[in-house]
Write a new protein. Sequence first.
Length: 235
Amino acid sequence: MIDPGRNAVGAIIRSRRAPWPRAEWTCWLVLLALPAAMPGAADELDELAALWAIADEPYRPVTRELETPAFVHRKVLSVDAQSLDDGWVDNHQCHRNFPLFPALQIAFRDGAVRNMRIIEQSAVEAAWVSESTIQMKRTRPETTLCFRSENHTIEYDAWNEEYRMTVGPYYLKLFDGYFPLNVDLTVEYPTDELRFVGLEPAEIDGARIRREQGRVHFHALFEGRLELVFRFKRT
């Protein structure tokens, strides 16, 4: 389900032989059955994985009352002067309202994340960093997980003379449909280096966007997929 550089949040069930869907600068929370606990599960997952393709499902705000709280993805991306030279941005990310599942992982594309470390965890049997992933064992709705990393997420657009930070696509897909996802995102930037000039898409139904000195806050509860581009120019 979740979030690198371009930080995508998505959830898919993946077997050992099922290929990753094609995507760049993405991060998933991948639900994995534990073979020892579920005999024959790998074959079943292989069959199901062929049916559960990640498609470009349109963004839809959630306005109905939910029976259970939506999965929460809270994220703070902090840009500094060095980020403008090398593209690496400090990432502080937390998740809660997990599904009840024997095993899952938060997986980043190779090269899109570095210096990842777990800083908080609760109500989970085990959680650990393994290369560009975070592995989790036996999650439940009470589970929380927070980690820090550096994500390669900002690039310079010479044609428009601006910096662009692409975050997403965000999505949470389980089984044959998209589930509600609660995204709370803050982008921090140095006002002596940058000024915020816009967000793409400019109009997002149901989203709340708030600008402060050196910060942009974004919040949305939705189903489907959403990709955001924060645009900055030099001060």
